[in-house]
Design a protein around this ligand. Structure first.
Ligand code: NAP
Ligand code: HSE
Length: 323
């Protein structure tokens, strides 16, 4: 006998949400939870119903009342893909409080409210999963939590923002203008609703908080992460906002490539230092060669040594696979 389905509500049908919804509808037979329990997409919440219909989402699946989906007796799993702080935070907290499993790609909410959400999940026994919040389609949190668990991590370091890497790559390879490339990254669905979060390093800092939680077992405060470096190619401005075409060209002439590098490192005293700053890396290194929307995360750990994860760091289709 087929077990009763897990009823899934998706909050948000934008770049990621509509790909998740599409997968749940078109590949329902392939996608199942543990022990072969089928997944059933019951509803999708959006703000603008007409826009969602224009994007091809069946009217019968749509609602503009996400809180009702969270409260409904017949939803078991809440997939939050709205983004931003509120109402996403309150909806996730309510779902966990009601004992419902939550899957989210929302790095802002996890980085800023992780400790209380984790406590709520523990209290009710609900699962809270956020693999898609870091590295788009790259499986990295799962391996950190499980397969690498016997190691003592000393550092996590890498490129964790697709938008800024796409911009820096296009500036370096094609000599394109910053604003023009940012517009292309937005059109491709890589950038956040407010792209200043990408460009100024906050999105990468949120991801670094999450990586540090899995790597070191501590929640860093996002506001403690260093976002600028007077001595680096960002000229003391946050993220890549201070990097100019002339900086990119000068780095190339010197055999280097500018990348926005996120790094959290455990010092000899056990304290974790964390920064997200642009760095001119030797062009032949794997991080420097990580191009376009790709991300790469390197984990330094004992006794394994260095392990690296790379792949598509943003975009609806890739991210939907991690969700
Ligand atoms: P998006 O394209 O802006 O889509 C957001 C969706 O949420 C839209 O359908 C929007 O509805 C809906 N929404 C927003 N606020 C709402 C509200 N108050 N009530 C009901 N619906 C609401 O965002 P996205 O790019 O898919 O990103 C979603 C999440 O995934 C974010 O947390 C983002 O950081 C994360 N993420 C994105 C990527 C990526 O490559 N895009 C990769 C990894 C993680 P309307 O369209 O009606 O406004
Ligand atoms: N805006 C994010 C990025 C989306 O460009 O990396 C993926 O988290």
């Amino acid at each position: 006998m087929t077990p009763a389905p897990l009823r899934v509500a998706v909050l948000g049908a934008g770049t990621v949400g509509r790909e998740v919804a599409r997968a749940l509808v078109e590949r329902a037979g392939e996608l199942s939870a543990a022990a072969g329990v089928p997944l059933e997409l019951v509803r999708i919440a959006v703000r603008d119903l007409a826009r969602a219909r224009d994007r091809g989402i069946p009217t019968a699946l749509l609602t503009d009342a996400p809180a009702h989906l969270v409260a409904a007796d017949d939803t078991h799993v809440i997939v939050e893909l709205m983004g931003g702080d509120e109402p996403a935070h309150t909806l996730i907290a309510a779902a966990l409080g009601a004992g419902k499993a939550v899957v989210t790609a929302n790095k802002h909410v996890i980085a800023h409210h992780g400790p209380s959400l984790e406590a709520a999940a523990r209290r009710t026994g609900a699962a809270l999963r956020f693999e898609a919040a870091v590295g788009g389609g790259i499986p990295v949190l799962g391996p950190l939590a499980a397969e690498l668990a016997a190691n003592r991590v000393t550092a996590v370091c890498g490129i964790v923002n697709g938008t800024t890497n796409y911009i820096l790559t296009a500036m370096a390879d094609e000599g394109r203008d910053y604003d023009d490339v940012l517009a292309a990254a937005q059109a491709a669905g890589y950038a956040e609703a407010d792209p200043s979060g990408d460009v100024e390093g906050h999105d990468a800092a949120n991801k670094l908080v999450i990586l540090a939680r899995l790597a070191f077992g501590v929640w860093l405060d996002p506001s403690d992460i260093v976002l600028s470096d007077d001595a680096g190619p960002g000229h003391g401005r946050p993220g890549i906002s201070g990097v100019t075409a002339a900086d990119v060209a000068a780095a190339a002439a010197a055999g280097a490539t500018i990348k926005l590098v996120a790094e959290a490192r455990r010092g000899p005293d056990g304290r974790i230092s964390a920064r997200v700053v642009p760095v001119a890396l030797p062009a032949e290194t794997a991080l420097a060669r990580t191009a376009g929307v790709l991300n790469r995360i390197e984990v330094e750990a004992e006794p394994v040594g260095t392990v690296a994860f790379s792949g598509p760091g943003a975009g609806g289709a890739a991210t939907s696979s991690a969700v």
